[in-house]
Design a protein. Sequence first.
Length: 393
Amino acid sequence: MRLAHLADPHLGFRQYHRLTDRGRNQREMDVAMAFSRAIDGIIVERPDAVIVAGDLFHAVRPTNSAILHAFREFARLRAALPDAPIVLIAGNHDTPRSSDTVSIFGLFNELGLHIALDRARRFSFPHLDLSVLAVPHQALFEEPRPGLEPAGPERHQVLVLHGETPGLFGEDRSVADPGGAHLSDAELGRGEWSYVALGHYHVQHEVRERVWYAGALEYVSPNPWGELHEERRRRIAAKGWLLVDLDTGRVSRRPIDPPRRVLDLPSLDGAELAAPELDRLLVDAVAQVPGGIELAVVRQVVRNVPRAVGRELDHEQIREWKAAALHFQLDLRRPEAPERAIGNAAPGTRRTLSEMLEDSLRSRPLPGGMDRVAFVTEGVDFLASVEHSGGEG
C-alpha cells in the first residue's frame, strides 16, 4: 500500500517584478510548474492514494490562473489514477478569515476529491483497507480540539495535519509561515498511526518514525535563504514530495526538477576594503557561480561594509547583475557598532533594531542543547533579509 504525500504548493504565490511574455508574474509561473512536475512524478509512480497536506493556494482568494491550474492538474491526476483517492486539507493560507468568505475548495468536489476545509473528517476507503483522518488548519483552533486517534476496522490508519510540531523553533523558525497551529508530542502520539502526513514546514523533515513533513515544492516562505540553509544542513538536494510504503513504513524522497535556481552565494567580508577592492571581490564571486547567475534568484551577503563604501560601489555593474538574474539581492551589512556604555551623563547613540534584536535573542531562554550562537545569527540574518526586501519594495 503506497501513499503519495505532498504539501504547500502555494499556487498563486507572486514575488519580484519580472513578468513573462504573457504578462504573468514569473515566480507565480515557477510555482505552477513545480506543482505540475510533482503531479508528473506521482502519475509515474502510480501510488494507491494521494495526500495534499494543506496550503494548496497562497491566498484564500487565489488568482483565476492559480485556480484554473489547480483544477487542470487535479483533473489530469484523476484521469491517470481513477481508483486512487485524493485527500486535500486546507492550510492556514487556504482558510477563510471570515464567515462570509467562500472557499474555492468546493470546486474540487467536482473531480471527486475528498476535502477537509473547516472541520476534521474521517474518510474510509474499504477497497484499500485505508482510513484517513483529515484535520484542516481551522479544526485545530476548535475548543476542544478534535480527537486525534485511529478509528475503524481499516488496517492502514493515516493522519493528515497542517501545523507546527515541537522542535521547529530550534531549527529555523523563519522557514515556516507564521500563523500555524501548534501540535504537541502527545497529540501526535495518540494511537498507532500507519503514517502522519504533515504540512506547513517548508523543508522535508522526519519528525520521528512515520511522521513526516513533505516540505514545499518551491521557495515560498518569507525567508528562502533559511530554507536553503536547512536543506544544505540536512543534505536535501532538491524540493519534492514523499512516497510512503504504509506496510513497511519506508519513506522515499521524490525530488522534482527545480523550475529555477535559488542561490545564496558564500558571504564575503568587506572589512577595511575600499570600494574598488570590494568591487573586484564581488566580480570574482559572481564569476565563480557555476552556470552563471542568469535568470536565477540570487543573494550575495557582504559583511562589514560602511555606508560610505556601499555608496561608492560600481552600481552600473550591480544593475547589470540585476538585469541578468531574475532577482539579485546585494545584502550589504554595516560593521557592528563598538561596545559603549550609556549612563548618567554618558554619550551614546540610538541603538539599531538589529542590535536590540541580537541582545534579546542572547538573553532569551532556550531549550537545552540548542546552539545559541546559531540561533542569534539566524535571527539577525532573517531581520536583515526582511529589511532589505521591504526597502526594495
